[in-house]
Design a protein around this ligand. Sequence first.
Ligand code: 13P
Ligand code: SF4
Length: 344
Amino acid sequence: MTETLIQKLQRVDPDYYVRERVVKIEAQLQRIRKLKRERNAVLLAHNYQRPEIFEVADFAGDSLGLSLQAAEVHDAKVIVFCGVHFMAETAKIVNPQKTVLLPNLAAGCSLADTATAPAVEDRIRELKQVYPDLGVVTYVNTTAEVKALSDACCTSSNAVSVVRALPNQYVLFIPDQNLARHVATHVPEKTIIAWDGFCYVHQQISPDVILKMRQEIPGIKVLVHPECRDDVLKLADAALSTSGMIDYAKQSNASEFLAVTECGLSDMLQIAVPEKHFYRACKICRFMKAITLENVEESLRKMQFEITLDEDVRLRAGRAIQHMFDLTSSKRDDLAIPADVADE
Ligand code: 13P
Ligand code: SF4
């Protein structure tokens, strides 16, 4: 067992996952598995988490996959959410009967922090005087209070479909300006008014590294997260959510890829698709990396840190999430990928 784990983790980073460290990790994993059984808990992990977290995860995915999965937790009493705060809140919104734990409260999101509920309320009021028909779409990377102010939520994998399906001609898109621009390009028949937030991780990635890789490795497939800047997105073979990138890499005939997003996804790709090679044009998200195995063990031992929500906020935010599922029949824009891949 230790040998298999060493091999697996060393594929990601041989310098970090030395034998001594992996032996310690394995002992921690065993303790966490036991605690999960005792607490009747499931563990959901976002694709950007540390590789060792995936070893105890019952499900790993992107924001859309995780919210669908959280709603489907029936037998377990506890959901341990290894991701960031807004994702754990979303789990609580869709499955309020469960105890939802976030193992480290430092796991916030600077993008979500750019849109506070009072500021969003003011902006909606202001815009509705000019566009009475205004629709409000919130990217899932927002607090529950901000979701509660919106008509529909979306994730990176269905933003285009959600905005297209809304009946409104004018749409305020909160909080990511890069994703808003991506949506506006694909839904030219509507006027998208963007909030001016951005993700500090994706905003740091610039085109030069992509141009250099394209020159060095002809035929490399460039997969870019839509939170990236426009000059980066323009260089993509495909703009995809994190799970969309994994599906693309699995289905593509290509063997070399450049994953342009948070670095955890490159780790995840190396584990999920070991027969292919993934180059990196990535930056680390300090919020996503806040959660460690130590935190997960402590979280299950002490039942911390529990996510609680005001019931009125939860209900209104839940309506916006449900509206997203209704508008898209829970499907992803990413489902269009096989056609793109088949074009190769
Ligand atoms: P995904 O939903 O594509 O996994 O993205 C979540 C996120 O926070 C990206 O920064
Ligand atoms: Fe938030 Fe950006 Fe980190 Fe995603 S990568 S959790 S958007 S700060």
